[in-house]
Design a binder for this molecule. Structure first.
Ligand code: ITT
Length: 208
């Protein structure tokens, strides 16, 4: 069995391959369909973008397709970068540049005089934040969607911790676990993270 995931993000591919692997399902991603055009992500919500990616790719392939739209909402930045998380640092954005931009923006908005919370090693927690993941599975034969969402609350740290995960994980302190997201194993991130939550909910809906 295989599932097509409409993503070109290698970090997402690794996490879906791990999770679906537990079910004996193989993941095929957009790296396996290099000729397919990129979907323009112009929606205003994660759910809207996930539906758009799933539908366009599913119609092009004539197969059911799963899409993930996700990102980071930072309280001190009014919820930014949100749906712009992937392109936060502009043209040629990389995870590294996005993380640099995030720390730059937080340095600009930091409230002088207000002492930020610190971890025992001196790391400052700069703002509350949450990761959000919207999943959409579109079946082109039936013309129907199955959808779910997951999120995880935490804080943005002033310096990176851990070398796991991808994207903004090195700067994300998971409030409930008292650990950095990039310090978690794949299993832990799947159990606690936004993508794992969203996937568990989608599979429950589909009764997989
Ligand atoms: P696809 O659209 O091809 O799936 P993308 O990277 O453009 O890939 P998004 O538009 O959903 O994906 O943007 C999500 C961004 O949010 C991504 O670039 C990461 O920087 C960040 N992000 C999403 N999930 C994350 C996670 O689990 N850990 C860290 N950062 C994450």
């Amino acid at each position: 069995e295989t599932v097509v995931v409409a993503t070109k993000n290698a970090g997402k591919v690794r996490e879906f391959a791990h999770a679906f692997g537990q079910l004996g399902i193989e993941v095929v991603s957009m790296f396996d369909y290099p000729a397919l055009p990129d979907v323009v992500e112009d929606g205003t919500t994660f759910a809207e973008n996930a539906r758009k990616k799933a539908r366009e790719v599913a119609e092009a392939l004539g197969l059911p397709v799963l899409a993930d739209d996700s990102g980071l909402e930072v309280a001190a930045l009014g919820g930014e970068p949100g749906v712009y998380s992937a392109r936060y640092s502009g043209e040629g954005a990389t995870d590294e540049r996005n993380n640099e931009k995030l720390l730059r923006e937080l340095a600009r908005t930091s409230n002088a005089g207000e002492a930020p919370e610190r971890l025992p090693d001196g790391t400052k927690l700069l703002s509350e934040a949450r990761f959000v993941c919207a999943l959409a599975l579109y079946d082109p034969a039936a013309g129907t969607f199955a959808e779910s969402e997951g999120d995880v609350a935490g804080y943005i740290m002033d310096k990176p911790r851990g070398d796991g995960g991808f994207g903004y994980d090195p700067l994300f302190w998971v409030a409930g676990a008292r650990r950095g997201m990039a310090e978690m194993t794949k299993e832990e991130k799947q159990a606690i993270g936004h993508r794992g939550q969203a996937l568990a909910r989608l599979l429950a809906k589909l009764e997989v």
